[in-house]
Every structure is written in C-alpha cells, then in structure tokens.
Design a protein around this ligand. Structure first.
Ligand code: TXA
Ligand code: MG
Length: 336
C-alpha cells in the first residue's frame, strides 16, 4: 500500500496513519532525505526485531536511530561530547549519523548488542513530522533487503519489500540519494565509519581536528568489525557492476570482451563520455556534479536492474573528497 503526500491533506493523513501504525509496534517504510527507511519505534524491542526479520538483516548489524529534537537525541545517548555538539550544530538536520555511547532507553537489539548507538536528525519533512508526533525515536535502516541497493523512491521499496510492510509512504525522490555519513565520536579520536555526502574535509573543518578513516579495513586480519554495514558487497545492484575508464569505443569493447560480457546485455552509465556501442535506451547520462550524481545514482542502477541488464559499465568518478561517498558505494557495489 503506497500513500501519497503531495498535498497538505494527503501529507497529514499519511503522517497520522504512520504514527498509528508505529505506535502499535508496526514497521513502516518512509522517506528520508538520504534513502527510504524501514522504521519502527526504537524503544520497542519487538518492533525492531520485525525490521531485522523483514530485511533479512544479520543480528550483528546495528540500526541507526532517528530523532528530531535535542531532548530526544539526548535520551538515546549516554554522553554528549563537545565534538557531537559541534557536528550537530553544523550538519543537523541532515545526512550525518553520530555514533555515541548508548543510553539504557535503547534496547540492545538496536545496537546489535554493542555499547554505542548511531543517531541521526533527519531533515525530510515527513519523517520529522512523524517523529514529532510519535514522541519516540525511530530505528530505521534503509528499506531494502539486506545487501541490496538502497531505495530512493517509493516504487523501489514497493518492488522489493512491498509484500512485507503494511504501508509505504511516498515522499518523492530522495534529495541526497546515498546513505548518511557515519562518524564515531564515542572515543577520543573521531573516526569515519561510512563516507557520505558530508565529506571528511567538512567534518575536519568543523571539528578542527583530523578524522581517522578506517582505511576500509573490514576484513583486515585481527581488527574488530566497528561498523558491520561496512562489509564489502553491500549496496549492490543485481547486475554485475564494472567501474572503468576507456579511451574510445574500441577500447571499451576490448574491456567488455576481457570481462566476458556482451555489449547486448550491458548498460552504460556515464557523465562525460559517450559510446556508440549501445542503443540510447541502454545509456544513462547523469550530471557531473557530485550532488546531482548521488541523487541519480541508485535510481539509475535500479532502472538497469529492472530492464534486465546483466552488466552495468559505469564511468569512473573523480577521487576528490566530494566524491568519496559515491566512490565508496561504487566500490562496494562492484566488489565480488
Ligand atoms: O542515511 C541513512 O543512514 C539511512 C536512512 C534511512 O537514515 N539509513 C541507513 O541505515 O543507511 P543502514 O542500516 O542501511 O546503515 C546503517 C549503517 C550500517 O553500516 C551500520 O553498521 C552502521 O550504520 N551503524 C549503525 N549503528 C552503528 C553503531 N552503533 N556503531 C557502528 N556502526 C553503526
Ligand atoms: Mg542499508
């Protein structure tokens, strides 16, 4: 069941229906500015258990909690260090998740048994209105089956989880388009756990201190998994995703042969290059600025999957800080 929100009356009705369901312990798919989320009352252990069940999410992967007031944020965490305050002032409401020591209000199922909780104050008007009226925070991972592509429209949710949730709220296409930046500020030195559109240089400028990156260490021998969602092979389309550069059509054709892919079942996603190897309906051109690129990225990957692509070739993106969140998702989506 998809509910529209594009008039004030529809918006109000959808908020009320969502609040009623959430209050009864149900799970609802709702829009946020990053990607669509699968939301439940973060204080309700049984409701959160339903999220894991619906997504097929491993119990070891913690869920982000969404709150929309300082009071509600503070209720979820045990400490509020000055670094958290600096980041919250600069970037909230928005696509940034802060990992902090959890409070006793947060059941351990939300944090996968761990001592910390990821908290985010989202900016999308729909989820904001819902949380305000509920009075409790919402645990919400992206509204996709575990390891699949995140949804950036209600139709994406409908296609994958439509039969498993009582309600999907349509809040339009997500404005940010990739998942929030996740930074751990629970220890003495801030650590970036997942890059996003708020990039490391912005975080460092606000904190006035270097932010450690994980060196994408997941799988590194001996290191504990700090953020289980950082596992490779996440954020992946069904088709094989190949990220590359090419000089000309001959070069691209040679690369396809090398990968064992046929150009007849391959889709191309580009922002600056063109190729006459493919018919127009199997080429997507997306804008070449990182914000617009991120907004379009998952929709294009979903579209290729729906069209039955076996392989997606995507033009490599720059290695500058503004592109790091996008590069991270492409790297994961293309790992095998
Ligand atoms: O933009 C977003 O963050 C979206 C929207 C719905 O808010 N949510 C989202 O949730 O992407 P999810 O569950 O798909 O990804 C959450 C990421 C995972 O990589 C998870 O491991 C990490 O955040 N995470 C959550 N809580 C954590 C914690 N306490 N410590 C470390 N990592 C945590
Ligand atoms: Mg996810």
């Amino acid at each position: 069941m998809i509910r529209a929100t594009h008039t004030p009356a529809l918006f109000e009705a959808a908020v009320q229906e969502t609040v009623d369901l959430l209050t009864r312990g149900e799970v609802v798919a709702i829009p946020t500015e990053t990607v669509y989320g699968l939301a439940a009352n973060a204080f309700d252990e049984a409701a959160v258990a339903r999220i894991y069940e619906i997504k097929g999410r491993p119990a070891s992967n913690p869920i982000i909690v969404h709150a929309v007031s300082s009071a509600l944020v503070r209720k979820c965490v045990d400490e509020w260090p000055s670094q958290a305050q600096l980041l919250a002032t600069a970037f909230w409401p928005g696509p940034l998740t802060l990992v902090l020591p959890k409070s006793d209000c947060i059941p351990s199922i939300v944090t996968a048994g761990g001592p910390t909780v990821g908290v985010r104050w989202p900016s999308h008007p729909f989820i904001s209105a819902v949380i305000q009226r509920c009075g409790f925070p919402l645990a919400a991972p992206s509204a996709n089956p575990a390891n699949a592509l995140s949804p950036t429209s209600a139709e994406h949710v409908q296609a994958s989880l439509g039969s498993r949730v009582p309600l999907i709220v349509d809040g339009g296409q997500c404005q940010v388009g990739i998942e929030s930046t996740v930074i751990d500020v629970s220890g003495p030195a801030p650590q970036l756990l997942r890059p996003g559109m708020i990039h490391i240089e912005s975080l460092e400028a606000v904190l006035q201190t270097p932010v450690r990156t994980k060196g994408h260490n997941e799988g590194d021998a001996g290191l504990p998994k700090r953020s289980p969602g950082q596992l490779l092979k996440h954020y992946a389309p069904k088709a094989r995703l190949l990220i590359t550069d090419w000089r000309d059509d001959a070069d691209l054709e040679q690369q396809l042969t090398h990968w064992g892919e046929s150009k007849d079942t391959t889709h191309l996603i580009v922002y600056s290059k063109m190729s006459s190897l493919f018919p127009a309906h199997r080429i997507s051109v997306i804008p070449h600025d990182p914000e617009a690129f991120a907004r379009a990225l998952y929709a294009e990957l979903h579209r290729c999957d729906t069209a039955g692509a076996k392989c997606i070739v995507m033009e490599n993106v720059p290695a500058t800080p503004e592109w790091m969140g996008i590069r991270d998702r492409l790297r994961r989506g293309s790992s095998s």
